[in-house]
Write a protein that binds this ligand. Structure first.
Ligand SMILES: O=C[C@H](O)COP(=O)(O)O
Length: 261
């Protein structure tokens, strides 16, 4: 297996204002420090609301934290008359490493298509950010046993015209919509089935070496109690954590999954 550094990314969604963000990041940093967390072994990132990012940057810089951070979305454009949008270039300027693109909540509530998601992936890469490309099926699609086909189509759509060199920087997050915020977790076998299928499609789209370099995360009701069994699967390289990332102790315990295997 390739040497992929696991990534635990906390997607705060529309939670925590900038003052709460500072407290949460401080507590997370303390919890990780107390647990002697090895950031070289497992990367940890938070994706706060846009209004928090400058505060998070200031704290990370001042305290020299190894924590990474990023946005939950970005514009497909660099600048211009796009009211309400946030440029990936502005995120990069704030020291962001990652940006989530095509999260199912964006696809559902903002009707984001694969074409738009693809444009955002390319804009993020152009700005020097690592896009976290979110893909995954809803319950109806899974019940129809069309989940693999559906998710791989989203993968291909999101990566259209993305080069082999660029895709190495992309993180793919498989999130079955039926497992998001519901307490329903896909089984480790479900996560592995899709992560393996994603990697196999990356081999077809690119080549074996490139596919082995891309990190594939699982997302959907990940907690400290279930993370280790999911991370034990060979093609799962981390987690995109929603609700549980709002609790710094719990998120730190997720990041330190190796200590409770
Ligand atoms: O981005 C994170 C996912 O939507 C998972 O959210 P959740 O951990 O609250 O289920």
């Amino acid at each position: 297996m390739a040497n992929r550094t696991p990534l635990m990314a906390g997607n705060w969604k529309m939670n925590l204002d900038h003052q709460q963000a500072i407290q949460t990041v401080q507590k997370l940093a303390w919890a990780l420090r107390d647990g002697k967390h090895d950031f070289g072994a497992v990367e940890v990132a938070v994706l706060p609301p846009f209004t928090d990012i400058r505060s998070v940057q200031t704290l990370v810089d001042a305290d020299k934290l190894e924590l990474k951070y990023g946005g939950q979305d970005c514009s497909a454009h660099v600048s211009g008359a796009y009211t309400g949008e946030t440029s990936p270039v502005f995120l990069a300027k704030l020291g962001a490493t990652y940006v989530a693109v095509g999260h199912s909540e964006r696809r559902q509530y903002h009707a984001e298509s694969d074409d738009l998601v693809n444009a955002k992936v390319k804009a993020a890469l152009g700005a020097g950010l690592a896009p976290i490309l979110c893909i995954g099926e809803d319950l109806e699609t899974r019940r129809a046993a069309a989940h693999v086909q559906h998710t791989l189509l989203q993968l291909e759509g999101g990566l259209l015209d993305v080069s082999a060199e660029q895709v190495r920087k992309v993180v793919v997050a498989y999130e079955p919509v039926w497992a998001i915020g519901t307490g329903e977790t896909a089984t480790p076998e479900d996560a592995q089935e899709m992560a393996e299928a994603i990697r196999a499609r990356l081999v077809e789209l690119y080549d074996e070496e490139t596919a082995q370099a891309v990190r594939v995360l699982y997302g959907g009701s990940v907690k400290s109690s279930n993370v280790a069994s999911i991370m034990a699967k060979p093609d799962v390289d981390g987690a995109l954590v929603g609700g549980a990332s709002l609790d710094p102790e719990e998120f730190a315990a997720i990041a330190r999954y190796k200590s409770h295997i």
